[in-house]
Design a protein around this ligand. Structure first.
Ligand code: SAH
Length: 247
């Protein structure tokens, strides 16, 4: 999958894209990331990529010309890629949106800065607008990193055999169960017995039940959309009795 990232600060990506899962996915040629400096497409001698907003007011706006040239050049190279704008006004990034984006042959991710981007560029080129949440970042770079990371994890082969996107939170519509590693006791807290039992069925059941318990406790809204099995419903009844007793 090709990721093209258009930014005024491409240097921000060294580090996050040079470690761990993203690095491995690049090395395995599952993904290819190209960084494009929007400023390189400015034509004046000062390489101006931003300008004051019409109507006055604070801040600067990314100019239409350099960004349009940059998008068009990248799109010529990867015509099947989807042009995604990062914006606090976009669709909030979720697991389902990451799955949707992972089906595209490539993403051209546009990172805004300052007050944002000349609206005409959005109208002309944006195929999707993605937000990280209801807050304002200083630029789209961190959002682009989140998009690349969450999408890459879903590409078959990107995660090692010990890692799985399916059991991760949201992969099956629930939050994931809690994890423990050695030692078996830490500051008076023990690892749940089922996990030490070596009994795979017992472990599966424990994990499913704890996954349901966490979801019920932290994200009850998710339970209304997930398809529950009979076993899930029985576990939820037990959880209700156990947890409501404690409270
Ligand atoms: N003035 C704009 C915010 C601009 S912030 C407004 O009020 O809507 C500058 C850039 O940061 C944006 O163009 C976008 O690329 C990025 N950005 C800011 N917040 C974001 C968020 N929550 N999700 C994704 N990108 C964001």
């Amino acid at each position: 999958m090709n990721f093209d990232i258009l930014s005024l600060f491409p240097g921000m990506f060294s580090g996050p894209f040079d470690e761990s899962i993203i690095k491995r996915a690049k090395d395995k040629q599952l993904i290819d990331i190209s960084l494009h400096n929007i400023r390189d497409w400015a034509t004046d001698k000062h390489q101006t990529a931003d300008d004051a907003p019409y109507g006055g007011g604070a801040g600067m706006v990314l100019k239409a010309g350099p960004l349009a040239s940059c998008i068009e050049s990248v799109k010529r190279r990867h015509p099947a890629s989807t042009v995604v704008f990062t914006s606090p006004q976009g669709r909030r990034l979720t697991h389902n949106i990451a799955v949707e984006l992972s089906k595209s042959s490539g993403l051209i991710i546009v990172c805004g800065r300052y007050e944002g981007i000349d609206e005409r560029i959005r109208s002309l080129y944006a195929e999707d607008d993605i937000s990280l949440g209801d807050f304002v970042l200083s630029g789209g770079e961190i959002a682009a990193m989140a998009i690349v990371d969450s999408v890459t994890r879903l590409i078959p082969g990107a995660l090692g055999s010990n890692e799985s996107a399916e059991t991760d939170s949201f992969g099956d519509g629930l939050l994931e169960y809690p994890h423990y590693t050695r030692p078996p006791e830490f500051k008076g807290l023990s690892v749940p017995e089922a996990l030490l039992s070596g009994n795979h069925e017992l472990i599966r059941k424990w994990r499913r039940k704890e996954s349901l318990r966490k979801t019920r406790s932290l994200r009850p809204d998710m339970l209304s959309t997930v398809i529950l099995t009979r076993e899930d419903r029985k576990m939820l009844t037990e959880i209700e009795q156990e947890d409501d007793c404690v409270m």
